[in-house]
Each structure stands twice: as C-alpha cells, then as structure tokens.
Design a binder for this molecule. Structure first.
Ligand code: FES
Length: 307
C-alpha cells in the first residue's frame, strides 16, 4: 500500500496531554474507507513513523480523526506532534489498516485505559445501545479524552484513578456471560489484568510496551543466518535483532519497533524464536515459523531467517 499525503485541517486539545488531529485530503477528495478498530501509519515531518487509531466517524469520508497522547518518556513522535504539528502540516499516511476489528457478538464489554479509548470510541458508537458497556479508566478526569462525547452514551463508566482508584475488573468481568466479546486497549498492565481474569473471547490492542512470551530465553548473544542474503551476523546482548539484520538488509520493512504493528514479521527457517511481540497468537508463537524481528530474539545459539 503506498503512502499518500494528508493535510492537518485542525488541532484541538481533547484532554490534558491529548491533542485531537483532523487530517484531510489537500484537494478535498474522499478518504479511503475504514472500520472501527482501524489505524493509520503516519510519517511525521521528521521522518518518524507512528501508528494512530482512527477515532472519528467512519461515515465521514472527508476527514480522519486521531488522538495523540503526549508521552515525554516516549521515542519522540508524540512530542513532535504536540510541539510542531499544526493546521496545514502535511503528513505521509499509509492505511487504514485493521488488526483490531469488531467481531459480531450478542454482547460486548469494552475496557479502555487512557489513550486506549481511541479505537474503542468508534466501536461503541457503531453498536446498538444496550448491547455493550464501556469501562474507561484514566489518571484523572481531566486527562480522559472524549469523556464529554461518551457522557451522552448509555453504558459508559468513567473511572478516574485519582478519585476512584483502579478499574474494578473482577466486578466487571465476574458475572459476564462467556459469549461476551471483551475488547481491551490500554497499557500492558491493564491488558494483562484482563487476560488473567477473562477466559472467553478477548480482543486486545497494545500500545507501546511489547509482551514477552514469559519464557527464559537467550539473554546473551546469538547468531542469525540470513539465508537469502547468504550472510550470518551476530546479535550481541542489548542489541536488537532488527538492528543486526539492517546491517545486511538495509531496506528490511519495520515500523513501530515495539512489537505491535506486524510490519517486520519474518519467516523463521531454522532455530527457535523467543517472542516478545503482541502480534502473534499463542498457536503462532508455539509454531515458531515467523517472528517480529524488532523485539524477538533466539532461544538457541542460532536462528535462520528468510531474508
Ligand atoms: Fe512493528 Fe516489528 S516493527 S512489530
């Protein structure tokens, strides 16, 4: 899918630390359609590539709406958006992609932590009232984006941590019929907590921190053979596999570098990968035939990749 250019039409403050961007075609053309859960890959003016969920109305083909949380401890993309993206800024865009689609279900529970509300907002808007409920936790009420929009919808519970503490997941998940589709988006800790408590259908989208497969792996270095390139390189401890691969294959595809976008998925021809991504499902991890090389490593001394 090729990159196209969109212009920032407006920037508004959605909450403390959260900017809302509206992106539109510079000539006013209709934008590619999307469904709730979709995201865009955005190339910022500095060249940094970031992924943002679409949180507007899929019926509005004239603009894409994004919500961007300022993360001072992040890799700089959100800081760039907050400091220097304004009306008229031109951004490179790929997508929309959807790795988090809304599946048909009789009943839904949505659990959002902080900026994780963004993909869930168009989901709840697209469903009939009474078929879903949303539990939305944030640091404080002031930091919770879209709370006014949500206030008008039945089934929404806002839980600001500073006055009400953490989300009561035991109560929310405890009595649910197992046929409920549970969707969760937010920080790793919240996703883990939901995973531990819910055995039914669970749909998650992680931002930032990558997940480990929980196994002991090679904390030391290992060798990686790049079969098609005919080269073998060493991955030293503390260095990513992706970095080592780029030495030999500078054009290798990657984007988030955090194990959640799926761009760097690579076929494993031999060896046992140690997964740290949040893209592959349990069976795919166990099969060990592909891996995200931005965060994955090797469980043995050698790995052979189809690169
Ligand atoms: Fe995104 Fe590896 S670059 S999963």
């Amino acid at each position: 899918m090729s990159v196209f250019r969109l212009t920032v039409r407006s920037v508004v403050r959605e909450a403390e630390g959260v900017l809302g961007l509206l992106l539109a075609d510079p000539e006013g053309a209709d934008l590619p359609p999307w469904e709730p859960g979709a995201h865009l890959e955005v190339t910022l003016p500095s060249g940094a590539v970031r992924h943002y969920s679409l949180c507007g109305d899929p019926g509005d083909r004239g603009a894409y709406r994004l919500g961007v949380l300022r993360e001072p401890a992040g890799r700089g993309g959100s800081e760039e958006v907050h400091a220097s993206v304004g009306p008229g800024t031109v951004l490179g865009v790929r997508g929309p992609f959807n790795r988090f689609p809304l599946v048909p279900a009789e009943r839904y529970l949505f659990v959002a932590g902080g900026i994780g509300i963004t993909p869930l907002l168009p989901m709840v808007r697209s469903l009939p009232p009474g078929s879903w409920s949303l539990l939305y936790g944030g640091r404080s009420l002031a930091s919770m984006a879209y709370r006014e929009e949500l206030a008008g919808l039945p089934g929404v519970t806002l839980v600001p941590q500073d006055t009400e503490g953490l989300l009561d997941l035991d109560a929310a998940l405890g009595g649910l019929p197992p046929s409920t589709a549970v969707y969760c988006c937010g920080p790793e800790g919240l996703l883990r907590a939901v995973e531990e408590r819910w055995e039914g259908a669970l749909h998650t989208e992680r931002f930032g921190a990558a997940a480990s497969d929980g196994s002991e792996g090679s904390s030391g270095g290992f060798e990686v053979e790049l079969r098609r390139s005919g080269r073998t390189v060493r991955v030293e401890p503390g260095r990513s596999l992706l970095d080592a691969v780029r030495e030999v294959v500078p054009g290798v595809a990657y984007s988030c570098e955090e194990g959640w976008c799926g761009t760097c998925e690579t076929k494993v021809l031999a060896g046992t990968p140690e997964h740290h991504d949040s893209v592959l499902g349990e069976e795919e991890r166990a099969a060990g035939t592909s891996m995200m090389i931005c965060v994955g490593r090797s469980r043995g001394p050698r790995l052979t990749l189809d690169l």
